[in-house]
Design a protein around this ligand. Structure first.
Ligand code: NDP
Length: 332
């Protein structure tokens, strides 16, 4: 049993894309187990785009950072948390954490559902995709869906969920030809294209010649403009995120065609998954049978080792991940 815990702190604010110098690794004695708490050794950490936004002010400098994590309880004085339990909690960017029962969910042990699934398609990532398609866009059977950043965590969940929910045509964009192939060959997308070749509107209209009914927007900017252009009358846009602008000082000039939404009666709605935790049960009811049958894939790009957590985060911002970006500290 180690005597100390390691942490990552943010120590300065970035300008543009972070370089890694904004973070510092620290070490302190293991947190002391008190009544009503359990000591958890983290085994998996999630690195997510919203963390880039937190770096601009949401995260306090020089303190432990938050983030979704899966850990194993190594000692407990808390009712409901038992040594050996795997728990989902939010004390990420560190090797050990002290958690209370109301801060942790004990993960069920289910065949074909490894613990990382609760950071991926069964976690907040999958829930974002599910809420986007159901509550926000109100996808109807047979409709055409376009998903941007489609090979990432939310995107790879969204494409598969759209299919399960009865979408007609599912198209996606991602940042390389290999990612586009992953979408069509492994995730069942009908068509996919590489957004980095610079012909977004043209490629989207080739992928969805009849137009799109629903757009799950993970990128914003030029992707949102292309989607508005391709939208059919009464289309819906579920705006999840705008990763194209997280590393820029100024918001992008696009979309320049917002008024087209009036002419086409298109609805655009933003949302935060944290307001939709009550949809988790529905998500699990839909996905658990599909995961058990192997008809749904929960792909992760796993970076090994706590020392690599900053690089994993920066790599995800640059598109280094296919599926959910996750860091493994210990084999679960
Ligand atoms: P991803 O796994 O999709 O990782 C980010 C991906 O964004 C990269 O892999 C990269 O893929 C792509 N990307 C980076 N820069 C650009 C760019 N300039 N243009 C186009 N694509 C780019 O992350 P998540 O699945 O966790 O998150 C996806 C989106 O959903 C983010 O915008 C995030 O903020 C948002 N989100 C919103 C939530 C909410 O509550 N509203 C909750 C969770 C996530 P590529 O190689 O394809 O370019």
């Amino acid at each position: 049993m180690p005597q100390s815990a390691r942490y990552v702190h943010q120590v300065s604010r970035p300008t543009g894309r972070p370089t890694g110098a904004e973070f510092r690794f620290t070490e302190s004695p293991l947190p002391r187990l008190g009544p009503g708490t359990a000591l958890v050794e983290n085994v998996l950490l999630s690195v997510d785009p919203y963390m880039r936004e937190n770096m601009d002010g949401g995260w306090e400098l020089g303190t432990p950072l938050e983030g979704r994590s899966v850990g194993r309880v190594t000692a407990s004085r808390a009712e409901g948390l038992t040594e050996g339990d795997l728990v989902l909690h939010r004390q990420g960017w560190r090797t050990h954490a002290l958690v209370r029962p109301d801060e942790a969910r004990v993960l069920p042990r289910t065949p074909n559902v490894p613990p990382e699934t609760y950071l991926g398609i069964l976690g907040g990532t999958g829930l974002t995709a599910y809420v986007a398609l159901t509550r926000i866009a109100r996808l109807a059977p047979g409709e055409t869906v376009y998903i941007s950043a489609a090979a990432g965590g939310v995107g790879s969940a969204a494409g598969q969920l759209a299919r399960l929910l009865g979408a007609g045509r599912v198209v996606g964009s991602a940042g390389s030809p290999a990612k586009a192939r992953f979408l069509t060959e492994e995730l069942g997308y009908d068509a996919a294209f590489d957004h980095r070749d610079g012909r977004l509107a043209e490629q989207l209209s080739a992928a969805a010649p009849e137009g799109i009914d629903v757009y799950v927007d993970n990128v914003g900017g030029d992707h949102l403009e292309a989607a508005i252009g391709a939208m059919r009358d009464f289309g819906r846009i579920a705006w999840c995120g705008a990763i194209a602008q997280y590393n820029t000082a100024e918001p992008p000039p696009a979309p320049r065609n917002l008024f087209d939404m009036v002419e086409k009666s298109v609805r655009l709605e933003g949302f935060l998954v944290r307001d939709h935790g009550d949809a988790q049960e529905d998500l699990e009811r839909l996905l658990l049978p599909a995961l058990a049958l192997g008809t749904v894939t929960d792909r992760h790009t796993v970076t090994e080792g706590f020392d690599q957590v900053v690089d994993a985060f920066l790599g995800m911002l640059d598109g280094g991940n296919t599926g959910k970006a996750t860091v493994r500290l210990v084999t679960p």
